[in-house]
Design a protein. Structure first.
Length: 289
């Protein structure tokens, strides 16, 4: 079994819930760890080297992972650190534009840069069966060199040299998630007070949404081909016609339609433009303006 000295040492800046989970996973995998946190007591009980300052922590190792509150805190924390020759991995949730700007900022200071988007919550970190992974983008050389280390807490998925693409993938998936949550909230609101137990509806919702998720690949193929009509099962005209039933039921149940109306409005606009035989793929183009 490899000893700790055989594993890449690294520095971790930030010991919030996610940072602590990451740190524990790297320690469990045998990686020597130097940490810094504004509140040093967060490191108590961890077999780590605790640096007095962020600059001291950065100096300790070539590989530096940042897991702080936000992008502004990254710049403030690293203001006095010497980044020359460092491999900086930023796991702070950000926008694509800010990730690209941070990559330029790091490179101007002599560091290689990798941006990350964590697709997991802290309890999933270090638990492969839970399916955690992290999107990475930026320096491919950095990623390839440290792939095994980065993959210790969660699967590491490289999505390209554009430093903004990890954040873009992250936000795209989260946006789809919140759209699903909106639909689920509306569904529960419809049956609330009707003698239908939420726990009886839950498996029906789960199975239905899983079945409908099969359309995601079809939408992708249509977007790439530019043909929005081939293989369509329920065309846009049919779906718009069904809108009245959904909205009417919400009105009868005393449920707000504010989660549904924006999407229905897009459907009607696309249909008014003549897209009778399309499915919902064309709504992507409307959102792009």
């Amino acid at each position: 079994m490899p000893t700790n000295t055989a594993k890449t040492p690294l520095t971790l800046l930030g010991l919030g819930s996610m940072g602590t989970a990451l740190g524990r996973a790297w320690l469990a995998a045998g990686h020597p760890l130097t940490v810094w946190n504004r509140t040093a007591s967060r490191a108590e009980g961890l077999p780590v080297e605790v640096a007095a300052t962020a600059a001291e922590a950065v100096a300790a190792n070539r590989l530096v992972v940042v897991c702080l509150l936000d992008d502004d805190s990254v710049e403030k924390t690293l203001a006095e650190a010497d980044l020359r020759g460092k491999d900086l991995v930023n796991l702070v949730t950000s926008t694509p534009a800010r990730a690209r700007a941070r990559a330029t900022w790091a490179e101007e200071r002599g560091a290689r840069y990798l941006d990350g988007g964590i697709m997991a919550v802290p309890p999933m970190i270090g638990v492969p069966a839970a399916g955690p992974y992290v999107f990475y983008s930026g320096s491919q050389a950095l990623f390839e060199e440290h792939r095994d280390t980065l993959a210790a807490p969660a699967d590491a998925r490289y999505v390209g040299p554009d430093a903004g693409h990890a954040a873009l993938h992250d936000v795209a998936l989260l946006s789809a998630m919140y759209g699903m949550f909106a639909g689920v909230s509306h569904a529960y609101a419809l049956v609330r007070g009707e003698g239908i137990a939420p726990t009886s509806l839950a498996p029906l919702l789960t199975n239905w949404l899983a079945a409908m998720a099969g359309s995601i690949e079809g939408t992708a193929r249509r977007l790439e081909s530019g043909d929005y009509t081939t293989g369509v099962v329920s065309n846009l005209a049919m779906q718009v016609a069904g809108k009245a039933t959904l909205l009417g039921t919400a009105e009868e149940q005393g449920v707000s339609t504010e989660l549904l109306l924006p999407y229905f409005d897009l459907m009607e606009r696309r249909l008014a433009g003549g897209a009778v035989e399309e499915d919902l793929t064309g709504l992507v183009d409307l959102l792009r303006g």
